[in-house]
Design a protein around this ligand. Structure first.
Ligand SMILES: Nc1ncnc2c1ncn2[C@@H]1O[C@H](COP(=O)(O)OP(=O)(O)O)[C@@H](O)[C@H]1O
Ligand SMILES: Cc1ncsc1CCOP(=O)(O)O
Ligand SMILES: [Mg+2]
Length: 286
């Protein structure tokens, strides 16, 4: 069977196998809240995490990593400077970069910093932006990309790090960002949208409403996107699928947010082609 004839589930399962065989090193400049969740999610899926942000080692770290994940969740002036430096190194080394614009929409500092980092990271044409609906809308607005046909109800004002908009209402904004930065864009929420390159767009309806009750699951999704970016051509689709399916299966066994967090790692670890085939709810919408 050729790749194009394979079902989406088979493609995702193949990419997961490849990720586990290659165990890519994912360099994370991420926030203090989620360093542990993100590292554990990467290990559970089969990747190898490193969290590092010193200027003294960034050049070497970028050289040996398979991908770079930049997450601005607990940014300050020093971190933003490091993130720009890391992005520049990754562009020079032709490494994929994932940007998680955590909390964009909540402050002008976040808006401007995310835009500046994205502008640098996009120079390598290997940028993936993964955010919730409000972050995606706010980042597009900051870049003055407001689509003419966007719904009037759209706010793009993050309630801190949480979304107040639906991912459906962010779709036009995500597409505008994808065009502007020549980037892949993943919008997460009750429904996930993946705006890929080459006119590919996917809608995924896995997941569980308990997932946003645990901090750092969106950040872990961005970290997993980094792992797939190092090893496959469909990073956004694969990461959204495995996180959605693992979250959904984890929620079946969980009593609440505490056990969901633990179950999620176990489900990421044991995900296989059968569970992907049985549970994936995804379609190509373009
Ligand atoms: N209401 C929901 N129903 C099902 N899955 C959800 C829901 N909200 C979020 N998710 C899932 O949780 C994960 C993180 O998404 P999200 O909460 O949007 O990120 P963030 O934490 O960055 O705001 C994604 O896999 C997404 O599909
Ligand atoms: C609560 C919080 N505050 C700053 S970063 C962060 C974690 C956000 O994680 P996620 O976007 O995955 O919910
Ligand atoms: Mg987030």
């Amino acid at each position: 069977m050729t790749t194009t004839n394979k079902s989406l589930a088979q493609q995702i399962a193949d990419n997961l196998l490849q990720l586990r065989q290659q165990a890519p090193l994912v360099l994370n400049l991420t926030n203090y809240v989620v360093m542990n969740n993100s590292a554990n999610a990467l290990l559970a899926i089969g990747a190898s995490p490193i969290m590092a942000h010193s200027r003294c080692e960034l050049a070497e770290m970028v050289r040996i990593c398979g991908s770079l994940v930049i997450n601005i969740g607990t940014l300050d002036e020093t971190w933003v400077d490091r993130m720009k430096t890391a992005a520049q190194f990754a562009v020079s080394a032709d490494k994929p970069i994932v940007l998680d614009p955590v909390g964009v929409g909540a402050s002008n500092f976040r808006n401007q910093s995310a835009l500046e980092i994205a502008t640098i990271a996009a120079r390598g044409n290997r940028l993936i932006i993964r955010g919730n609906a409000s972050e995606i809308i706010a980042l597009a607005n900051t870049a003055e990309l407001t689509p003419a046909n966007a719904a009037a109800s759209v706010k793009g004002i993050s309630k801190g790090v949480d979304a107040t908009d639906s991912s459906h209402s962010a779709l036009q904004y995500g597409q505008a960002l994808a065009n502007y930065f020549n980037a892949e864009v993943v919008i997460s929420g009750e429904t996930d949208f993946v705006i890929g390159k080459n006119n590919r767009q996917y809608q995924l309806n896995n997941g569980d409403p308990l997932m946003p009750k645990v901090t750092g699951i969106g950040c872990s999704l961005s970290a997993l996107t980094g792992a797939f970016a190092a090893t496959s051509q469909q990073p956004g689709l694969c990461a959204a699928a495995v996180m959605g399916i693992a979250g959904q299966l984890a929620a079946k066994n969980a009593k609440g947010p505490g056990s969901l967090q633990m179950e999620l790692l176990d489900q990421l670890y044991s995900l296989n082609s059968k569970t992907i085939e049985q549970n994936l709810i995804a379609k190509n919408i373009l």
